[in-house]
Design a protein around this ligand. Structure first.
Ligand code: HEC
Length: 316
């Protein structure tokens, strides 16, 4: 590197600068992607919490004659007066409805969510490693949310607080939970997940959104215009360093070589340089011109002495 030309060094510098700005641009994109995913997860969360709250305030929602196969139902009710065409009703509690909506979202939009708890009633609601760690952090540090990346997924979680409507199924067994729900829950899940109070963290709502690869984002963000602008910048840089720095320096080097050989009549083009110029190379040229002029004066003096017939001592 030490022996490389100034021009080559400038090109290397340009390369380093371009690489650094690419890295910084990539970091900005990564941060923007995370922020974008966080906002998306937050709004999904709000929507789900609202839906669950609405379902809880009704004590669960009943569907007539139909229920979604894989998710089942909490309990059934047969309408006794409906003799001709016996209708059966199925109860969907908030956690069940969450699973039903989540499987629809997964099918339609590729993201999914679920509610999990450290004190889970239903084995399907057992937290995985990420959720377990996040649940502890949310509880201990009182966090509003926690998020992270796992494989190709963005994962986000928010605490689920117990509201008045939740007590019907998660409150005190002797005070809040009433028949017939009490017997249904006890028979199906035992005494797990009771005894909560309003404001307690019941669990978390956990969301998973597939994340696009960085390459996919970069290829969608960059267009041909970016490459054209980059190429134009490199050319401008090339011409600038060639014309403004390299060329005048080469001319000065040639002039210095000529001067060292005793050729002192060269024209450095100083007439075109303005006196108050801020250009460092122009200053160097002016200094060089002064040096050349003093050489010329000395040269003329020596010639005049020689004409008078004086022999000068030889230089060693
Ligand atoms: C109608 C009864 C009912 C109501 C009301 C209800 N839940 Fe549940 N909840 C259940 C049942 C039953 C389960 C477990 C079975 C399942 O996942 O469907 C459950 C599961 C959960 C779970 C998952 C962990 C576990 O125990 O399996 C969380 C978290 C939860 N409920 C929070 C809430 C919150 C918060 C509210 C109030 C907004 C609420 N629930 C209202 C019946 C109810």
């Amino acid at each position: 590197m030490k022996n490389r030309s100034l021009f080559a060094k400038m090109v290397c510098l340009l390369f380093v600068l371009v690489t650094l700005s690419m890295i910084s641009y990539t970091l900005v994109i990564q941060k923007t992607q995370r922020e974008f995913l966080r906002r998306q997860a937050k709004s999904v969360c709000r929507q789900i919490v609202l839906t669950r709250q609405w379902i809880a305030s009704l004590g669960g929602v009943w569907s007539k004659d139909v229920y979604s196969g894989p998710h089942g139902f909490l309990t059934t009710h047969q309408n006794a007066s409906d003799t001709d065409q016996a209708s059966k009703f199925y109860l969907h509690n908030p956690a069940l409805a969450t699973r039903e909506i989540s499987s629809l979202a997964d099918l339609k939009y590729g993201y999914n969510f679920r509610v999990v708890s450290d004190l889970f009633r239903e084995p399907k609601n057992e937290p995985d490693a990420f959720e377990d760690e996040v649940l502890n952090r949310i509880k201990n540090q009182n966090l509003e949310y926690a998020d992270g990346f796992e494989g190709g997924l963005y994962r986000y979680a928010e605490p689920l607080y117990v509201k008045e409507g939740c007590l019907k199924c998660h409150g005190d067994l002797n005070k809040d939970v009433k028949e017939p729900m009490k017997s249904i829950l006890l028979e199906k899940y035992g005494t797990r997940s009771f005894g909560y109070q309003v404001g307690d963290v019941r669990g978390i709502i956990s969301i998973q959104i597939p994340k696009d690869s960085l390459l996919k984002i970069l290829t969608s963000v960059f267009t041909w215009w970016n490459f054209i602008i980059a190429a134009v910048s490199v050319f401008l840089f090339y011409f600038f360093t060639r014309l403004v720095i390299a060329k005048p320096l080469v001319r000065l080097t040639e002039a210095a070589t000529q001067l060292s050989r005793g050729e002192i009549g060269m024209d450095l083009g100083v007439e075109s340089i303005e006196e108050d110029t801020k250009n460092e190379i122009a200053h160097l040229t002016l200094a060089f011109e002064r040096l050349r002029k003093s050489f010329q004066i000395m040269h003329d003096k020596i010639n005049r002495i020689k004409e008078k017939g004086v022999t000068l001592p030889k230089l060693r």
